[in-house]
Design a binder for this molecule. Structure first.
Ligand code: HEM
Length: 532
């Protein structure tokens, strides 16, 4: 009796506390439900001209978790939820509203609307994320008539643009067909051809070496050859000699560079930040060498440095900004070579068709006839286009500086626009019911596809990739030289299954294989080219 009279009040207190918690929880749930109904059912009716927003439950996070886990899957889910009309919709990622464009006509309209949709805000942000000082970033945007600007006017600048804007013209001068591109691409292709000679197939990617047979990691082979060639072609051979770990730092950075773009906290991305720093340290040391000690740099590198020094930008900041260029130049092509060769190794008939088609472009002395590869070898070029379509996960991004109407919807100032190319590249209305699979002849059967507004592997508008000409040359030359110089086949045993694309990790370019899904390749000298 005494015991129960002691216990009873505490049971009652506990019950009251529990009911308060239940009421509190119920109230929170009700508030959340009201907020959701307001946000995703009432607001769209009040503002029907704005793109509808993909619903979410956690206000501050928005759709961030699913977007970072699988951005293509999340955007596809949103597109289908809105009836697959391909009209603009919005996704909220960690409090930031992103308008998503998935129709080819909206994408073209966005690229054209350079007044209201700008890339500048994004570039400034990226420069700062890469580690450039605020003063260097401001100097990049100084107008030439400003008293602080002392440009040597290496590049014609009739419109009086800041260096940040003029750089687009400089990219074009270096990378679009013309004298500077010829010099760069000759150097590139010569270096690739040299790295693919039998004695030069060496290094950590070679797992086993016998007199006329080598076992190589395909990913290691493609990445080492392409990155070394690009580094040498852009900076001359001094840079690689003084930066022994550059390639490893670059790959460590490249694998996780999305963390930088999405501003991951340093504690969660130490490795990525450290590798970026190491690469920038190497570039700074390179820029501090005298010009005589670093001959052979490409026109863009020397001219950009001169222009930046004239603005009073110091080596470390020049190195940081150059690192951004080094990254865009190098992050895609080695992965494309990897995927093309993976398909060929799994389809020996296709491999021999392409070897035969390209044979007259590859001379025994190592010379590569680029014109022949580009103009007379439609099959290898069709495979290039198809693999690029399937593996590219780049997006264009723009900032809305003034309200703009795209696809009949009003995009509000202050938000960002996302153009995810993968949404275009898998559109069955354009690429047919087999859009999700590899068809080596897709671009051969329908030549207009390569020019379709739904095929955008290199983006468009003001940021349309200027490196697209050299990219094709590098990749096609690499594959054609390998096919014509060597007998290649999948090594028996482990590593022969077709590698899976790393689709779930956010990626800003061509996707790599899932970790550990490399391919081991047996490389043998063709009887005609045997060299000991
Ligand atoms: C297959 C390989 C490549 C792909 C898929 C690719 C794709 C892209 C994309 C999507 C953009 C940004 C477009 C946008 O924001 O709208 C871009 C920009 C750029 N790419 Fe490429 N790229 C490749 C290879 C290259 C190569 C080999 C070079 C140089 C040799 C290069 C140089 C550049 C530069 C300098 C920019 C910045 C353009 C600017 O903002 O002015 N790219 N690339």
């Amino acid at each position: 009796m005494m015991f129960s009279s002691l216990v009873a009040p505490s049971v009652v207190v506990e019950a009251i506390q529990n009911s308060r918690i239940a009421i509190g929880l119920g109230f929170c749930l009700l508030a959340l439900l009201c907020w959701r109904i307001w946000r995703f059912h009432i607001i769209p009716k009040l503002y029907p001209e704005e793109p509808p927003e993909f619903p979410y439950w956690i206000p501050v996070l928005g759709s961030a978790i699913s977007f970072f886990k699988d951005s293509h899957g999340t955007l596809t889910h949103a597109r289908l939820l809105f009836g697959d009309t391909r009209k603009p919709f919005a996704v909220n990622v960690a409090g930031q509203k992103l308008y998503v464009l998935t129709s080819p006509s909206d994408v073209s309209a966005a690229y054209k609307n350079t007044d209201a949709l700008t890339f500048d805000v994004f570039v400034r942000d990226v420069m700062v994320s890469f580690g450039a000082s605020q003063s260097a970033v401001d100097k990049m945007w100084l107008l030439p008539e400003s008293s602080e600007s002392n440009s040597p006017a290496q590049v014609p600048n009739p419109k009086g643009l800041s260096l940040a804007k003029l750089v687009h013209d400089m990219h074009k001068k270096q990378l679009h067909p013309g004298a500077e591109m010829d010099i760069l691409s000759d150097r590139f292709i010569t270096l690739i051809s040299k790295s693919l000679t039998w004695p030069n197939i060496a290094g950590s990617y070679v797992v086993e070496s016998k007199p006329h047979k080598k076992l190589v990691s395909l990913k290691g082979w493609c990445s080492t050859v392409l990155l070394e060639a690009a580094t040498d072609a852009f900076f001359g051979d001094a840079f690689l000699k003084m930066a022994p770990n550059l390639l490893n730092d670059f790959f460590d950075f490249d694998d996780n560079s999305w963390m930088l773009m999405y501003r991951y906290p340093r504690v969660l991305a130490r490795n990525m930040y450290q590798s970026k720093q190491n690469a920038i340290d190497y570039l700074t040391a390179y820029l501090d060498l005298s010009l005589e000690d670093r001959p052979g740099a490409a026109w863009f590198v020397t001219t950009m440095e001169e222009e930046q020094r004239a603005l009073g930008i110091q080596s470390r900041d020049i190195a940081t900004l150059l690192m951004m260029v080094y990254w865009v130049v190098n992050s895609n092509t080695y992965k494309l070579c990897f995927w093309i060769l993976s398909h060929l190794l799994h389809d020996p008939a296709l491999l021999s068709t392409l070897a035969e088609e390209t044979s007259s472009a590859i001379a025994a002395d190592g010379n590569v006839d680029m014109r022949c590869l580009l103009d007379d070898c439609p099959r290898i070029n069709a495979v290039y286009d198809e693999v690029l379509r399937l593996t590219n996960s780049s997006s264009s991004i723009r900032h809305v500086t003034a309200d703009a109407v795209i696809g009949g919807c009003t995009l509000r100032r202050g938000n960002n626009v996302l153009i995810p190319y993968r949404q275009l590249h898998f559109n069955e209305a354009v690429f047919g019911p087999t859009a999700g699979s590899f068809d080596p002849e897709r671009f051969l059967k329908d030549k207009s596809l390569a020019r379709s507004p739904s095929y955008r592997p290199f983006g468009g508008g003001s940021t349309y990739c200027p490196g697209r000409f050299i990219a094709r040359q590098e990749v096609v030359a690499f594959v054609a030289v390998v096919l014509n110089r060597y007998d290649i086949k999948l090594a028996t045993g482990a590593g022969t299954k077709f590698p899976a694309l790393e689709e779930l990790k956010p990626c800003l370019g061509v996707m790599g294989p899932v970790d550990g899904e490399d391919i081991m390749v047996q490389v043998g000298q063709k009887a005609a080219n045997k060299v000991s």
